[in-house]
Design a protein around this ligand. Structure first.
Ligand code: ZN
Ligand code: ZN
Length: 370
């Protein structure tokens, strides 16, 4: 299965002509999952190779506008471009994000009279009080859901922190387990961990033949990891007839933060193939960055080191850092300096550092069988 990530916006605070506001898409087998949706994400999508209509899940790290203002508009445009065959029911778009997101969408879509041709559901994460300074915490009144659901809204789940694992289980299916974890920012912010399940190895057909097994349901059971008893009473273990399994890939995307919170984040991100971390300002501005709830390349590198990530991708740059392609000699604030700072901090490790730019497509190759 192919997997890649497209960065649609790598700037912080607001979209500019040279950097969109935060948004990236993880694509697996034609399905697109959108992480954050800053203002202008829909035009960035149109400029990319991706199709907005393929978005089946949306993950919002936190409620700051540079991560969220694009969502109502994007949903409306996808709706306009979707054929609404009354005989065909369209799939529900699942949206995950902090408490308050349900209210935000209900108000923005409701007040603007926006109707969608597809249903959507908002699954809210319940933040804990230590995820932001007191002034960043939204009151229950501010996030209270008054009035009826939006006509296309389906009831979503409210997901609380699982204290034993220090994480939030968003969903799991045959292919993936997706969890969220807590970050510290000016308002509650989350990171997401997408863990692909291990893929069983191929069946060793020669061995199966020798054992006298014919293709059929027993093959499926062995492949699913079950043991099988032959008529002779001989028990066949899956490891006898399967090649090595291919370990699943792990992709972690962190929202804005000046630190991770609790033990959950490092545990979940451990050994990630790709760790996407913000680096809003350069190391020399660390005090200012932390004051605003943000990180520097050095801080991002420390997280990548602590969780032994294979690749660190930096994004969410202050708009003062122009993309390398626009950088002129003598300009201050080159974005490549941010990469250099992260590389310097990681030089004794094998961690690769990538600087995200708008429209960068990062392939995430399969892992080698164990
Ligand atoms: Zn931001
Ligand atoms: Zn923010």
């Amino acid at each position: 299965m192919t997997m890649d990530m497209t960065f649609l916006g790598t700037g912080s605070a607001y979209p500019s002509p040279h950097r969109g506001a935060s948004a990236l898409v993880l694509r697996t087998d034609g399905e697109c999952w959108l992480f954050d949706c800053g203002e202008g994400t829909q035009t960035q999508l149109m400029k990319s190779q991706l199709r907005a209509g393929r978005i089946t899940k949306v993950f919002i790290s936190h409620l700051h506008g540079d991560h969220l203002f694009g969502l109502p508009g994007l949903l409306c445009t996808v709706s306009l471009n979707t054929n609404s065959d009354p005989l065909q029911s369209l799939n529900c778009v699942d949206i995950y994000g902090p408490r308050g997101l349900r209210h935000f969408l209900r108000v923005t879509l409701g007040l603007t009279g926006s109707q969608l041709v597809f249903p959507y559901a908002v699954h809210e994460l319940e933040p804990t009080a230590d995820q932001s300074p007191e002034e960043g915490q939204l009151s229950q009144e501010a996030t209270a859901e008054t009035g009826p659901l939006h006509p296309q809204e389906q009831p979503g789940r409210t997901i609380s922190l699982d204290v034993s694992s220090d994480s939030y289980l968003l969903f799991e299916d045959k292919k993936f387990v997706v969890k969220a974890f807590r970050l510290f920012h000016r308002i509650p912010s989350f990171g997401f961990c997408i863990q692909e399940r291990d893929r069983p190895g191929r069946l060793k057909t020669e061995v199966l033949k020798e054992l006298g097994l014919k293709p059929g349901s027993l093959y499926g059971r062995l492949k699913a990891g079950e043991s099988v008893t032959l008529e002779s009473g001989r028990v066949v273990l899956p490891e006898e007839v399967l090649e090595e399994a291919t370990p699943g890939r792990k992709v972690c995307v962190l929202g804005d933060c000046s630190s991770v919170l609790g033990e959950g984040p490092l545990r979940l991100c451990s050994g990630a193939d790709v760790l996407v971390h913000e680096a809003t300002l350069a190391n020399e501005h660390q005090e200012k960055a932390v004051d605003h709830g943000h990180s520097t390349p050095g801080m991002a590198a420390a997280v990548a080191r602590a969780c032994c990530a294979q690749r660190l991708v930096l994004y969410h740059f202050s708009q003062r850092y122009k993309p390398s392609s626009l950088h002129k000699e003598g300009d201050e604030d080159g974005v490549s300096e941010l990469q250099r700072q992260a590389e310097e901090a990681l030089q004794d490790t094998g961690v690769e550092v990538t600087l995200a730019e708008d429209f960068l497509i990062l392939p995430i190759p399969l892992r080698r069988p164990r």
